[in-house]
Structure formats: structure tokens, C-alpha cells
Design a protein around this ligand. Sequence first.
Ligand SMILES: Nc1nc2c(ncn2[C@@H]2O[C@H](COP(=O)(O)OP(=O)(O)OP(=O)(O)O)[C@@H](O)[C@H]2O)c(=O)[nH]1
Ligand SMILES: [Mg+2]
Length: 421
Amino acid sequence: MFLDKVKIECKAGNGGNGVVAFRREKYVPNGGPSGGDGGRGGDIIFKVSKNIDNLGEFRFKKKFKADNGEDGSANNKFGKDGHGLIIYVPKGTVIRNATNNKVIADMVEDDEEKVILKGGQGGRGNSHFATSTRQAPRFAEQGVVTKSFELILELKTLADVGLVGFPNVGKSTLLSSVSNARPKIANYHFTTLTPNIAVVNGFGNSFVMADIPGLISGASEGAGLGIDFLRHIERTRLIVHVVDIAGTEGRNPIEDYYAINQELAKYGEKVANIPQIVALNKSDMLEDKNVIEEFKKELGLQDNVFVISAFTHEGLDSLIECVIKTLAKLPKVERLEIEEEEIDKRNLRQFEVRKVSSGVFEVDGELIFEIMKRVNLEDMASNAYFQKRIKNDGIIDALLEIGLQEGDMIRIGDYELQYFE
Ligand SMILES: Nc1nc2c(ncn2[C@@H]2O[C@H](COP(=O)(O)OP(=O)(O)OP(=O)(O)O)[C@@H](O)[C@H]2O)c(=O)[nH]1
Ligand SMILES: [Mg+2]
């Protein structure tokens, strides 16, 4: 099933825990600390795959988790790093943070790869905490526990050329006549329900062409299949505007042309400004050839109008040649502006201190959150380490600045401690 917008949930791996261990050596009664570090958690990585052209694979699978890092072990053995998880997406996938809708990545190159969530750091083993006065530290750091994030994946197809026009004018027939694609073709409206994308080869060149469902008047207000599919035209460099010049359904080709352009304009300036080549199709059905001149005259168009028959292949070579020449002069598609560089922005230096009431202070912020996750306060040694960290990281100084005194209470999360110098 064709799917071009999904919300998924991703979590990078947690860091493995550092461990507490001591060397056991034959003639050394009390060996030094030898607890190894935990491994790093695996990253969540997005990668462009040529083999997929839409987000259908995310229809049922919406949760992704990279492996956790392994815990360290004795003899200073590091825990293994967790494997990164690669999530494959089609070219043209825009990745947004679901909480604020900001663009995190725009996957526009073949095989492009980007780390979206970094795995948690591993905790350090007890050997890191030995000092001259503490030769046998009985604690180690816990690994960083990562958060899970909701992401929106939106496909904005990257095709060079988009086929636009009323239903039944022969867009899919044209695509099938110039490429290997075999889209459904039939004599009724809205045969094409989702975009078809194919490579067109010709004149020693190639380009990608997208055929989207037909548009009708009022599409921008939701008529017909609406304009949802125009997101796949948004990033094309050139539009081939297909018109039924024979008016086989009784409509006037000139009015058709205006009506479609009006819908494009309503969708947005960007789409309205994409250069167009007009393909006057079904010319094999046209009895009065004057219609072609009238069309060109009325619209003041001379170049960039091609009389074709997708059915008999008349005029297709000239059309494709012109498309290739025009594309050569047009700029490449620009990547969307990245609005948020890092989604999991833990500011590990950030903390806040507050005076709650007389003699009671509160501390919170990412730094505290981080420290709390990594220590075990039940354990005396770990607790001592914790107290040292809040001192070394400047938290105590910040509290003293706002009036902390001997014997006052400090609240950190669920934990309370009394301050003594
Ligand atoms: N005589 C003639 N018939 C054509 C030509 N191109 C397409 N047709 C016929 O027109 C009908 C519609 O063709 P499609 O290619 O499905 O049209 P479409 O624009 O993709 O239509 P939607 O997907 O519904 O928007 C089919 O019966 C085609 O065989 C042409 O150049 N000459
Ligand atoms: Mg079609």
C-alpha cells in the first residue's frame, strides 16, 4: 500500500552499566578495582534505499528500538556497544520531530545516511573512581538511559518531472509510453490513486518522472482526491502539464489549462512557480487541427508546447528532448532547512536551583536527572560519589549563592539531603 505520511516511535539503545569488581591475584590479598565500563547504546540511523518508493512498510511496524550497550564486567572488560538500527526510507523523506513539527532531516541523496538518535553513553566501571584516599571504590556509574521520541516521516517525492492534469487526459499512458513503468490505465476518472514514479531514458540521459492522481477544479478545497498528492509535485523541477487537446470529454482544453494552474496557485507559490512544459495529448483524436493554434495563441505560448499522442507515440521524442534540455538548465532540488539539529538535546550542564521556603531548596534540570540516573543512593559509596558530583558540578555553589546554609534541606527529585559543609 502506498503511504506517504506516518508517525513512528524510535528509541536509541541505553548505555550499559559500569560494574564494580576487584582483581583477584594470587599473592595480592586485596586487588585493585577492575570493574569494566558499559558499552554505548546503538544509534537510530535513517538511510535512503533505492528499493522503496513510499512509506508503506511503516504501516504496521511503527516502533523501532536500537540495542542497548552491554554492562561491563570484571577484569576491566568493556561491555559491547549496542548495534545501531538502520531504518530504510525512500529518497525524499522528510523527518520531523512530532512534538514541535520541526524538520530534523531531509533525506535527498541516494544512500544518504543520518544518525537521528544517539545511543546512550556507557557507565564507567569502578576502576575509574579510585583515588589515593579511595583505593577500593564500591560503586560504578550506570549507563545513560535514552528517551523514546515520536517522529513524523513525510515523503515529498524527489522526481525531476511531475505530470499534472485533469483525470483521464492520459498522464499514466504518457508515463508508460516513455518508461518501463506499467501504471494502471483506464477510461474513467481517478484511475491513478497514488503516485507512480519511473525513470525515463532518452538521448543519452535519464530523469525521474512522477505521475500523480488527476486534479479537478476545487481540488485545493478537497474536491476529487484533493491536493494531498501535490506534495509529490512540490519538489519536482519541471511540470509537464498534460491537456486533452481533443476535448474528448466535452471540456474546453484552454479552460482546462487555466483551471489546473489555478489549483496549483492555490496550493502555493512554490508549486505555481515550477516551470511548465505543455503536452497537448490525444492529438490522434483531434479532428480540427486549428484548435492547436488557438490554444497557443490564447495562452501566448509558442515554445514549450508539444502536440503528442501518448497512444500512438507521436511527438514523444520531441517532448522528451525538450524536457532533458530544460532540466539541464534548472537548479537541483534544495534540501529543506534543518530546523532542529539534535532532537535528543540533553544539556548535561544544565541545572536549576530554587529556594522553596525558608531552609528548603530544590534542584532540577538535565544534569541532575543525568546524575540521579547514574548513581545508586542506597549504596554508601555511590552516595558519597553523588555528593561529590553535586559539589564539583557547581550545584552547591549555586545553592550557596541563593542563600543555602548549614543544616538546610536540599530536594533533588524524590531525594532529600541535609546540607553540611
Ligand atoms: N486516443 C487516445 N487515447 C488516449 C491517449 N492517451 C490516453 N488515452 C486514453 O485515455 C484514457 C485515460 O488514460 P490514463 O492514462 O489512464 O489517464 P490519466 O490521466 O492517467 O487518468 P487518471 O489516472 O484518472 O487521472 C485511457 O483509456 C487511455 O487509453 C491518446 O494519446 N490518444
Ligand atoms: Mg492515471
